[in-house]
Design a protein around this ligand. Structure first.
Ligand code: F6R
Length: 259
């Protein structure tokens, strides 16, 4: 894993955006894996700016989102389909037919999950998957105890995730209990993963993900098995890491050709 520590979430997000812009400039029909939540907001704002001011062209890009709440359609204000439209898709020139998210309204859930996996495969797989991190170490909505080989499926949210997302729904009791999410195995199939984590509430999960044992108890730790993961943190999120000095040493010696 490449661990990069920045002085602020803003600086981290600008750096994250540069990974996307370089990819899209090199490969116009790139397949992106996208996340929702608070963490990627500054990244999406910067991608919108790069499109608006520097002509970053998303017209041939495809995007797959990690997850969606069960029973919420794109019209629901707290659905992730709505989130993506408002925070990113409305501000770039991606074709609406090329943006995909699991269908929370699907009647046959196993069939919907298999269809989603197949669509990702048919597009040639995900080039760059951005990931936020749950305080409990989840990626996507793969809560602790998720199989590290799991594929897109229905999951039950943990109490800690329900609590973390309660504001989006106006109270814990209103948060759906179930979601459709790409599995850990689906995420591991991406060609590159870019994990973002900001703030002290993520510090413990960050330390487990990078320096702890690989365990279903902290699903993000499975990323240690992936050959190309970049983790971009702000200082508070990096606070519990043991080898910070080494990560900073490596980053300051990074050869130009490696970026
Ligand atoms: C969102 C997702 C989740 C979030 C995580 C962190 O699509 O899959 O794993 O990335 O819950 O959420 P925030 O960014 O709100 O702290």
């Amino acid at each position: 894993m490449e661990v990069i520590i920045q002085e602020s979430a803003q600086a981290a997000s600008l750096l994250a955006a540069s990974f996307f812009s370089r990819l899209i400039r090199r490969k116009a029909d790139a397949v992106l894996g996208l996340a929702t939540g608070r963490t990627p907001l500054l990244l999406y704002a910067e991608l919108a700016r790069l499109h608006r001011e520097e002509g970053l062209d998303f017209s041939r890009v495809t995007a797959f989102n990690l997850d969606e709440y069960l029973s919420l359609g794109p019209g629901h204000p707290a659905s992730y389909a709505r989130f993506m439209k408002e925070k990113l898709f409305d501000h770039i020139n991606i074709s609406p037919g090329q943006t995909f998210i699991p269908n929370g309204l699907a009647e046959n859930i196993p069939e919907e999950c298999a269809r989603y996996e197949k669509m990702i495969r048919d597009k040639g797989g995900i080039d760059l998957q951005v990931l936020g991190l749950g305080v409990n170490g989840h990626i996507g909505f793969n809560e602790p105890s998720s199989s590290l080989a799991s594929r897109t499926r229905i999951k039950t949210l943990s109490r800690s995730t329900i609590r973390a997302n309660a504001d989006d729904f106006g109270g814990e009791d209103k948060v759906p209990r179930h979601v459709l999410t790409m599995g850990v195995g689906t995420v591991l199939d991406s060609r590159r993963c870019l994990v973002l984590a900001f703030g002290s509430s993520k510090a413990e999960a960050v330390a487990g993900m990078i320096e702890g044992p690989v365990t279903a108890g902290l699903p993000a730790s499975a990323l240690q098995l992936h050959p190309s993961v970049v983790v971009i943190l702000d200082r508070p999120a990096a606070a519990r890491l043991k080898a910070t000095e080494y990560y900073e040493w490596v980053y300051s010696h990074k050869p130009e050709w490696q970026s």
